[in-house]
Ligand binder design. Structure first.
Ligand SMILES: Nc1ncnc2c1ncn2[C@@H]1O[C@H](COP(=O)(O)OP(=O)(O)O)[C@@H](O)[C@H]1O
Ligand SMILES: Cc1ncc(C[n+]2csc(CCOP(=O)(O)OP(=O)(O)O)c2C)c(N)n1
Ligand SMILES: [Mg+2]
Ligand SMILES: [Mg+2]
Ligand SMILES: [Mg+2]
Length: 371
């Protein structure tokens, strides 16, 4: 019998059978892959629904990330959006558009990553679609349950609220900068499976940035927890902290003040900036990366005054009457990722953003950088 080396060899239904065999079980999925549609429990009669699409070359590179990392990230990015509403995931739908020459081992390892991240988040894949495409594209739809609570939207922040974040900031952007600069090694596309076990002693100090870029770990449970604590607005930081807080400021009709003295760069982030600096590739400091970097999928939320924040949450500023986002009292230009912004369609920002962008000029700089 011929060995199947590509998904073209397997055929559409062969791919589906192989991929779906790698997903965990879940009580929320009443009917999973195999019928015309899936059946998912909706315990409180409302369903939280979100979708994020990942495109090769835009969101990931096969020579930068292992297929299992890309599976993890596709799931994480979507469940982070559910968490940011205060919801837990109940089921995912995954659209896979892939070239026929995609190695079967790549699809297997991708599905392993998807399944493992689902298991970590307490959900599974209920269905999807598999089609042929020149451009590898992964479209995830995630459905979630609010457990009887109100959704935490972007329009509820009130003057006097505390602004807090949970999860890392800037690490993923630093990982991206390290890969772009060629300082961090890429992933060997020939090695389709999990990356080799790591030898912590041999790792550079910035290794966490690379791992965070490839496989972010949003604090899923903290979304519902923040909702229970009375969070007035919340989102996950995907495009950049300042830009994303701008959505809350606009949606809520308030101003948000961020204090950089409250932003404490992770040592791995500082190490990445030093490595970029040494290579002549660090136009921005750690705090700038924390303000403008996205893709860590940390949660940012506003809480009523006097809320006792759980240990995982760090206060970074406050809400007042007005509009816009300030950093250390200075109005900040919108900074962060815009798929259609900038000359090459990748970064947004004011007039100077082309020069204050990340290592490759794709993120625009935030204000600050005192650290
Ligand atoms: N093509 C589209 N059709 C309908 N709604 C969209 C489309 N693209 C984005 N949206 C909506 O616009 C809002 C902002 O999108 P986005 O910035 O991608 O959110 P997030 O950062 O939370 O993933 C979301 O509510 C999303 O559902
Ligand atoms: C190859 C590659 N180039 C650039 C980036 C950086 N990048 C791509 S999308 C993005 C922003 C987040 O993705 P988006 O699709 O905007 O997610 P959403 O805001 O909808 O959650 C960033 C920082 C990357 N991760 N990989
Ligand atoms: Mg989105
Ligand atoms: Mg998103
Ligand atoms: Mg975005």
């Amino acid at each position: 019998m011929a060995v199947c080396t590509t998904i073209g060899d397997l055929g559409e239904f062969g791919v589906i059978a192989r991929v779906t065999a790698r997903f965990p079980g879940s009580d929320d999925v009443i009917l999973g892959p195999g019928d015309d549609a899936a059946l998912i429990a909706a315990p409180d009669r409302r369903v939280v629904a979100t979708t994020d699409v990942l495109v090769e070359g835009r969101h990931f590179r096969r020579d930068w990330s292992a297929p299992c990392d890309i599976g993890h990230k596709a799931v994480a990015q979507n469940i982070a959006d559910l968490a940011a509403m205060g919801a837990r995931p109940t089921g995912l739908l995954i659209g896979l558009a892939a070239p026929a020459d995609l190695p079967t081992a790549w699809a297997d390892a991708f599905a392993e990553g998807v399944g493992a991240e689902c298991a970590a988040a307490g959900c599974t894949v209920a269905g999807g679609d598999t089609v042929r495409s020149d451009l590898l594209t992964i479209a995830v739809t995630a459905l979630g349950d609010l457990g009887g609570r109100s959704a935490v939207r972007r329009d509820g922040a009130r003057p006097g609220d505390t602004v807090a974040v949970c999860g890392p900031l800037g690490l993923s952007a630093a990982g991206y900068a390290l890969l772009t600069a060629g300082i961090a090694p890429g992933h060997d596309p020939g090695a389709a499976g999990s990356p080799a076990p790591r030898d912590a002693a041999a790792e550079p100090d910035w290794a966490l940035c690379l791992r965070e870029h490839r496989r972010p770990g949003p604090p899923y449970a903290e979304g519902p927890r923040a909702a229970r604590l009375g969070a007035t607005a919340m989102l996950d930081v995907s495009d950049g902290l300042v830009q994303d807080l701008g959505h809350i400021a606009r949606g809520s009709g308030v101003a948000i003040d961020v204090e950089t003295a409250l932003l404490h760069p992770h040592p791995a982030l500082s190490a990445a900036v030093s490595a970029l600096d040494a290579a002549g590739r660090a136009p921005r400091g750690s705090v700038d990366l924390m303000l403008a970097g996205g893709e860590d999928h940390a949660l940012a939320a506003t809480f009523p005054p006097g809320t006792a924040l759980p240990a995982a949450w760090v206060r970074i500023g406050s809400v007042r009457e007005g509009s816009g986002v300030t950093v250390d009292g200075r109005p900040s230009q919108e900074s962060g990722w815009d798929h259609f912004g900038g000359a090459d369609g990748k970064h947004s920002g004011g007039a100077d953003s082309k020069h204050s962008g990340g290592a490759d000029g794709k993120h625009s700089g935030g204000v600050g950088g005192a650290h």
